[in-house]
Structure formats: structure tokens, C-alpha cells
Design a protein around this ligand. Structure first.
Ligand code: 13P
Ligand code: SF4
Length: 305
């Protein structure tokens, strides 16, 4: 089948089988074209509560599908490819965070949404990259234990000088691997381009940016900017989407290494298999785990607006 034929079949089957397809912006363009909604982690979490369909397919990574399941436990929720995890989500165990909390008992525990459901059970509130500053600023405590991403944590800390942050040694292996020298080289090659970056990059990289924000934030900035050229410091799929949307602008990758193999694990054929109930993985979670873990996601949505 051609790509177009596979897409047509997915569109036919998702109606027949009452599926809503959610796709994170790091998915490939052929998948975004058949999705009902695409966006960053925050937008997808908010949508998870409101989609009317009986079945939801999350094209992204495991913590995103778990978030949908926790917010809509009555629905059948599927992850597009069972190998698609986020390595950062697995970096810290709940036992480890319990022991850190004992050392910092007066801190509010803020978890990046890129965490397992198990880890969320020991946290007070979740954040995403687009909601972290707003939520940390609104927390009624000036002491924050921010887990697991120390780079996003450092970005939020620098925006909120009135608060003190305890950061741990975690982060995204894809974004955190990018070096300041790569930014300097990219800027030398494209001196007129604005540099847009995700806050999962290390501070030495983010501090050179014209704009720091979530995947949707970067896309919105590039769409609405009067500038014509951009160096994109996040997963390289964003370049493809932006180039389709803004054919008159030019987008350059900060690094060829900015590829998340987990986000790329899902193919259009996986999506087809999922909407005909022949692939992917249905997310099954114990009701007790859902109840304990979703409190901090509900809090995020309440505080994030
Ligand atoms: P966003 O919150 O920007 O969607 O980022 C999710 C993610 O996994 C970034 O690496
Ligand atoms: Fe996880 Fe990084 Fe991939 Fe995002 S880009 S899903 S944080 S490994």
C-alpha cells in the first residue's frame, strides 16, 4: 500500500472503531496527518480528559499513554508501539525519591510529567515544559524539590529567583547530550537565524537561545515570528512539521543527534495495526495506582489553566 492508502485506511478504521488518535509533535509527519490532535505534552494531557471516543491511541511514549489512561480510566487507551518508553521517566525510583523527601521534608515535590505512574505517587504536582514556570510560581511554598530533569529544573529556577530549588541528577539523554560548541557552530553557519531551544537542553546551551520553550512553544514562536530563519534545538521532527507549515521560512537542525529513537519507534503501519486492534499495547493499570498517581496530574491541570 502507498502511504496515502495506509492513511486512508487508518482514517476509515478510526471512525469505524471509534478511535481518537493523539500524536505528540515529535511523531513523523505522516502520523500527524492522520491524528485528531497533535501537540506538546501539556496540550495532550488536557485533551485526554475531554475526547468523546471509546478508544484512544497515543502516538508518543509510554508516560503519555499512561497519563491518558489515568485521566480517562473508563476508556481503552493504547500506546502505538510498546517499545516506546522515555528513558528519563525511568531514571528515578519511588523509593529513591522517598529517601530524598526525608532529607527535604519541607519541600514541595514537583515532577516533570516524563515520569512513571509509580513515581508520580510520591509527588505533589506534575508539570510539563510549557507549564513548569507558571505552576512552580503558583506553588504556595518557596522550597521546591524538582525531579527528574535538572536542566528543566535549572531553567525554572532561573525564572523564579524568589524560590529555592533542590535539583537531582536526571535529564533527557537526547537533549542533554547537545554541547555549547554545537550551538556556536550552528550560529556561525547561519548567522541570521534565531535559535529556538527546548529547556531539556543544558543551561550552557539554553542560555544562548533567542527563545526557550516546549515543542508547541517553539512551533508557535517560529510560525508567528517575522524572522525568516531558525536553528531548532529540539527533536528534529519539528523541522519537518515547520517546513510544511511555513514553506517560505528556513529551518536548520541544531544537531543531527537530536533524534529520540523512542519517539521514532512508531511507524504509520503501527498506527494502522492499532486502529484495527492488531498491534500496539493496551495500557492496563491497577485502579489503586491510577488513584494515587493521578492526583498530581489533576493538580497540574487545575494550576496550569
Ligand atoms: P513537551 O512537553 O515539549 O511536549 O516535551 C516532551 C518531551 O518529551 C520533550 O523531550
Ligand atoms: Fe524522553 Fe528525551 Fe525522548 Fe522526550 S526526547 S521522550 S524526554 S528521551
Amino acid at each position: 500500500m502507498t502511504v496515502r492508502e495506509v492513511q486512508d485506511e487508518i482514517i476509515r478504521l478510526k471512525k469505524e472503531n471509534d478511535f481518537c488518535i493523539l500524536a505528540h509533535s515529535y511523531q513523523t509527519h505522516d502520523i500527524l496527518e492522520v491524528a485528531d490532535f497533535s501537540g506538546d505534552s501539556y496540550a495532550l494531557s488536557k485533551l485526554a480528559k475531554t475526547v468523546p471516543n471509546k478508544n484512544v491511541l497515543m502516538c508518543g511514549v509510554r508516560f503519555m499513554a499512561e497519563t491518558v489512561k489515568m485521566l480517562s480510566p473508563e476508556k481503552r487507551v493504547f500506546l502505538s508501539n510498546s517499545i516506546a518508553g522515555c528513558p528519563m521517566a525511568e531514571q528515578m525510583s519511588s523509593d529513591y525519591i522517598r529517601s530524598v523527601k526525608e532529607e527535604y521534608p519541607d519541600h514541595t515535590v514537583v515532577a516533570y510529567i516524563n515520569t512513571t505512574a509509580e513515581l508520580k505517587t510520591v509527588c505533589d504536582v506534575c508539570v510539563t515544559s510549557s507549564s513548569a514556570v507558571k505552576i512552580c510560581s503558583a506553588i504556595d511554598n518557596d522550597k521546591i524539590l524538582f525531579i527528574p530533569d535538572c536542566n528543566l529544573g535549572a531553567y525554572v529556577r532561573d525564572k523564579l529567583p524568589g524560590k529555592s530549588f533542590k535539583l537531582l541528577d536526571g535529564g533527557c539523554p537526547v537533549h542533554a547530550a547537545i554541547k555549547r560548541e554545537e550551538v556556536i557552530q550552528a550560529k556561525a553557519l547561519h548567522p541570521d537565524a534565531l535559535f529556538l531551544v527546548h529547556p531539556e537542553c543544558v543551561p550552557e546551551v539554553s542560555s544562548l537561545a533567542d527563545y526557550v520553550g516546549s515543542t508547541s512553544g517553539i512551533m508557535d514562536f517560529a510560525r508567528s515570528s517575522d524572522a525568516g530563519e531558525f536553528i531548532i534545538g529540539t527533536e528534529n521532527s519539528i523541522l519537518e512539521h515547520l517546513q510544511y507549515e511555513c514553506p517560505d521560512k528556513r529551518f536548520y537542525p541544531l544537531s543531527k543527534r537530536l533524534i529520540c529513537e523512542n519517539m521514532k519507534a512508531t511507524t504509520l503501519n503501527d498506527v494502522l495495526d492499532c486502529v484495527r486492534f492488531a498491534g500496539g499495547e493496551e495500557i492496563i493499570m491497577e485502579p489503586e495506582l491510577i488513584e494515587a498517581a493521578r492526583k498530581c496530574i489533576d493538580k497540574m491541570i487545575e494550576m496550569g489553566g
